[in-house]
Ligand binder design. Sequence first.
Ligand SMILES: NC(=O)c1ccc[n+]([C@@H]2O[C@H](COP(=O)([O-])OP(=O)(O)OC[C@H]3O[C@@H](n4cnc5c(N)ncnc54)[C@H](O)[C@@H]3O)[C@@H](O)[C@H]2O)c1
Ligand SMILES: [Zn+2]
Length: 384
Amino acid sequence: MGDKMKALHYDGPFKVSIKEIERPKLKHPDDVIIKVTTTCICGSDLHMYEGRTAAEPGLVFGHENMGIVEEIGPGVTLLKKGDRIVLPFNVADGRCRNCEEGKTAFCTGVNPGFAGGAYGYVAMGPYQGGQAQYMRIPFADFNALKLPPGTENEADFALLADIFPTGWHGLVLSGFKPGESVAVFGAGPVGLMAAYSAVIRGASRVFVVDQVKERLDQAQKIGATPINFKESDPVEQIIKANDGMVDRAVDAVGYQAVDKGGSKEQPNIVLDQLIMVTRPTGGLGIPGLYVPSDPGAPDAQSGKGQILMSFGKLFEKGLSLGTGQCNVKAYNRYLRDLIISGRAKPSFVVSHECGLDEAPEAYDKFDRRVEGYTKVLVHPNGPL
Ligand SMILES: NC(=O)c1ccc[n+]([C@@H]2O[C@H](COP(=O)([O-])OP(=O)(O)OC[C@H]3O[C@@H](n4cnc5c(N)ncnc54)[C@H](O)[C@@H]3O)[C@@H](O)[C@H]2O)c1
Ligand SMILES: [Zn+2]
């Protein structure tokens, strides 16, 4: 094995390329190195790709990773060479107070001065992403989730790194209980996973709002009611179809939400619609990403991460809300077992699979949301 490998390299806004870089080495006794079998492109990567973060050229993206253990540090006790594992996008040390309490997305030990770490993400610590042939996994015993050997369910298991747990978490944050009605804003992978989770968990009605036809079609296929916000006010459409407000609402869009015309950004629109569409004392789950500073914001206030929303209405209704990164480890073991038992098949969201060399083109198409690009899986070491 040589010292070099191929990796997806961020060159600047709307530019990524494949470059040869150093292969990662073990740095700490608790590390393992994996050979990446599958890594996904995420809506969160697009924020960096579009130059809407402080990401610097040279960053290797990729926080949704799985692979085969190749090298093992001497402190690792639970894993062995050849194990097939999936990694939560969160990097966590397993020993800080938040980790002890199961809040691994807010680990204070892996990224000093910031609550939370991740692979291949701006401001989330020095952890190279997995859109590369190999990657280093710190605190590997704690972070890795073991999978059955072989290649079965690869696409489903890859989604355990982020979007399946994140969609599920969005629903948990909303305070959802079986039998309740749910409105999910955004039919990207996270929104579709939130809707799918609501179906699995026994929601009475599930509405999914977006404007992208292929994505709304996916929502319909899993038993949700698609709502196209470009046709008319989605809040009115949902209240009419549900014969009243919903019990829970989930924001799976985030700060790059667009206005009713469908192309101009309006960062507060979805948060406000969540407040309007949810019944008094209901709950809002907000896994969609909001950032403390946005270099490309449409106005000065949202540039500082200050989003204007109807807080008075939220107060009047006594709504509760939850937000933040998903603590993937809190869910991934159980969701893995739902996949193994055949009760969940989240890979219905996967629209495209490719090798590393095709990944730059996939970024471009996924970013433009053309040709049905919904979720792209990349196999950096070739097809399985
Ligand atoms: N909390 C977490 O841990 C976590 C993890 C992963 C992703 N995220 C975030 O979740 C969000 C969704 O991720 P994704 O991968 O599904 O992204 P995505 O960009 O693929 O999907 C977002 C969808 O929202 C739609 N949309 C835009 N404006 C809208 C509006 N006004 N109303 C309804 N829909 C609208 C878009 O058409 C798109 O289909 C992103 O902000 C991402 O960064 C958070
Ligand atoms: Zn992701």
